[in-house]
Design a protein around this ligand. Structure first.
Ligand code: SAH
Length: 218
């Protein structure tokens, strides 16, 4: 890594460490270990450690590191969970989760084949062996491999999608941006015996989750 990039990485890390509310040590460590520059297009590599989303092609973006950290933390991973991600995109968020479930696994689903192929290749190159990249099918998520202990959706939905709630194990956490196409609230929904218990984590802005159940395709 060149000098400018490693300085930017240190600066980003310092700012995440002092983030309001506090991020856990394990999440910070995962952020430090995953080379974000490998998940962005070559022409954006010099911006890889700015705390901003970046374009990754097909009209999609890799999320801002702070939001990646916040969502990852809300999954409450201890190391053995079976995790589902919707919206593989660059594969960066998948790499972070992979590090946090060394005895578990991650299935990550993407609807754009080129993005799925690219993410699969870089995740393999970097040795994230507990990650499976799947192409999105007719039902949201990966019902054939359910239930999951944690589900993260890195695209915006107009409401909590019932088919994803169905793929959640008892006690499982679903972390998802819910709102309009322009603005959402980050929600953590926990499946309990009494139903879903909800926690609001703050405002955010994601590209829309597309398909029959979430936002219709235009
Ligand atoms: N987590 C990614 C960023 C995701 S951007 C990263 O770390 O880089 C959101 C992604 O969700 C886009 O790549 C988009 O193609 C994908 N997406 C949209 N609707 C989807 C659906 N129904 N199922 C799976 N992926 C979907």
């Amino acid at each position: 890594m060149n000098n400018d990039l490693s300085k930017a990485k240190e600066a980003l890390f310092r700012s995440l460490r002092s983030a309001l509310g506090g991020l856990s040590e394990s999440v910070l460590q995962a952020i430090q270990q995953v080379p974000r520059e490998r998940f962005v297009p070559p022409e954006s590599r010099h911006m890889a450690y700015l705390d901003i989303p970046l374009a990754i092609g097909a009209g999609q973006t890799i999320s801002q590191p702070y939001i990646v950290a916040l969502m990852t933390q809300a999954l409450e991973l201890r190391g053995t969970e079976r995790v589902l991600e919707l919206g593989t995109g660059s594969g960066y968020q998948a790499a972070i989760i992979s590090r946090l479930v060394p005895q578990g696994s991650l299935v990550t689903v993407e609807r754009v084949p080129e993005l799925a192929d690219r993410a699969r290749a870089v995740l393999k190159e970097l040795g994230y062996a507990n990650v499976t990249v799947e192409l999105a099918g007719p039902t949201l998520g990966s019902p054939g491999r359910a239930p999951f202990d944690a589900i993260i959706v890195t695209a915006a939905a107009p409401r909590l999608p019932p088919s994803l709630v169905d793929q959640l194990a008892p006690g499982g956490r679903l972390v998802i941006p819910v709102g309009s196409r322009d603005m959402q609230e980050l929600v953590q929904a926990r499946r309990t015996d009494e139903g879903l218990s909800l926690r609001m984590l703050g405002p955010c802005r994601f590209v829309p989750l597309l398909g029959p159940e979430p936002f219709p395709e235009e």
